[in-house]
Every structure is written in C-alpha cells, then in structure tokens.
Design a binder for this molecule. Structure first.
Ligand SMILES: [Zn+2]
Length: 247
C-alpha cells in the first residue's frame, strides 16, 4: 500500500491542529445516532465539539401522559448527559417545535447567527437529499429541513456581510466554515473507522432513555451494524460522511 493511502487510512481527517467542530442537527439524540462515535473519536484527541439542536424533540414519545413541555425538558437533560459521555459539554438548544421545521429565511438567519457566534472550523450536519434510507424508512422531515437550512447558511450567508445585516449590527462578523461533514448521506466519500468508539456511542445512546426502548435490544441492534468483513472476535464499525472542503 502506498504511504499516502496508508496515512489516509490511519488519519482520514488529516487535521494538523486543534479544530472547533460544530454539530447542528434537528433533535436531541441525532448527534449520537448519526455520528456519536466520530464525535467521541474527535474529543478523545482534543478537538472541541459543540452541539446546536434545532428542535426540542417534543413530539418524540408515544406516551400521552407526558406533555410536550415535559418531554422537551426531559430531552434537554438526556441530551446533556449523552453529550457528556462523548466529551461534549457545550450545547445550544434553539427549541423550535419538533416536526414542523421548514428551511425558510428565519431558520437560515438563526443558523447563520449560531455559525457566526461559534465560528467553527468544521461543521457537521445531515444530508437534505436523503428522502429514503435502509429500504424501508422515510427520513424525518426535520432532518431534511435542518440539513438544507445549515448548508444554505454556510454558503453564502455566514461568510457574507450583506446577508442578514442585523447580525452584523449585533457584532456578529462573517465567518467562513472551512469544512462541512454531511452525515445521514447516501453519497459518502469519507469513512471513519470508529471501532474503538462504538461501545462509547452505545453508552451515550443509553442516556436517551425516552427514545431507545429496551437498552439491551438497542445495543444488540447497534452491534449488528458491523462491516461485512468483521468477525465475531474482531468487529469493525464505520461512520460515513460526505465531506466538503470549502476554504
Ligand atoms: Zn432526529
């Protein structure tokens, strides 16, 4: 194997300095389900990872005895605990109502506000083009809406002072994100080996008790997601992204 290929295999990110990584997704539990092992991989080597969750996840329960407000508060707590397992302590909740997100100009402005405030090197979101996946699933409309609004905010709004001039008046200078990592995509071009972080991802998912049902059943389902070349003694796990290097 050529040495460049070997380096890419061992160090696919190729980041030579400390990175500020902002994860913007729709619901509490999305960061852990979509890319929790990658987040753990990044914090373990000292990168800063921050979350912005756009909705409160306040429709994510079949139980009629719990109000949306109670569920919102519960999901904040679960999200904080799950994030802590992955080494993430900074979380913004925008608390839009669950299920009703549309990628309109108001949402784009609020995400532009977050990007200009946090000023990340790397931004992680999800793919708005994914309508179906796994052969039997419809992707949640909030996932598609967030992915669209985030990409629209990254380019060109976050980096151009003429977009949303009210943000500039509030002291939020333009910011150009260097890389975007798109999770939940059907067109991945980077595969991270997260075998060493897979159990940490499962432990983080346990914190979303209101969402996961029976924890052991979830763990078994997650462990079945190993790559085909895995053996029972040596399972291998990946998380995949479409990576855009913009600057
Ligand atoms: Zn979700």
């Amino acid at each position: 194997m050529a040495s460049r290929e070997r380096k890419e295999l061992l160090d696919p990110e190729g980041w030579e300095s400390h990175q500020r990584i902002l994860v913007i997704l729709a619901h509490p539990d999305d960061p852990e389900f979509f890319c929790g092992a990658s987040i753990s991989r990044w914090t373990a080597v000292g990168h800063d990872v921050m979350y912005c969750l756009v909705t409160c996840g306040d429709k994510g329960a079949p139980d009629r005895s719990i109000s949306s407000q109670q569920l919102c508060s519960l999901r904040h707590t679960e999200q904080r605990n799950a994030a802590r397992v992955l080494g993430v302590t900074e979380i913004q909740f925008l608390d839009y109502p669950d299920g009703y997100l549309v990628p309109d100009l108001n949402l784009r402005r609020e995400i532009t506000r977050v990007i200009r405030s946090v000023r990340p090197d790397v931004l992680v979101t999800c793919d708005p083009q994914t309508l179906f996946f796994l052969g039997n699933r419809i992707n949640h409309p909030d996932h598609r809406a967030v992915g669209q609004a985030v990409l629209d905010a990254v380019f060109p709004a976050a980096g151009n002072h003429l977009y949303f001039p009210e943000l500039l008046e509030q002291g939020l200078e333009p910011h150009t994100v260097r890389e975007v990592w798109v999770s939940g995509t059907l067109q991945p071009d980077i595969h991270l080996d997260v075998t060493n972080q897979w159990e940490t991802k499962i432990t983080a998912l346990y914190e979303h008790a209101s969402q996961i049902g029976e924890p052991q059943a979830l763990a078994e389902r997650m462990r079945q997601r190993c790559k085909p070349e895995s053996t029972p003694e040596a399972p291998r796990y990946e998380e995949v992204f479409r990576r855009l290097i913009l600057a």
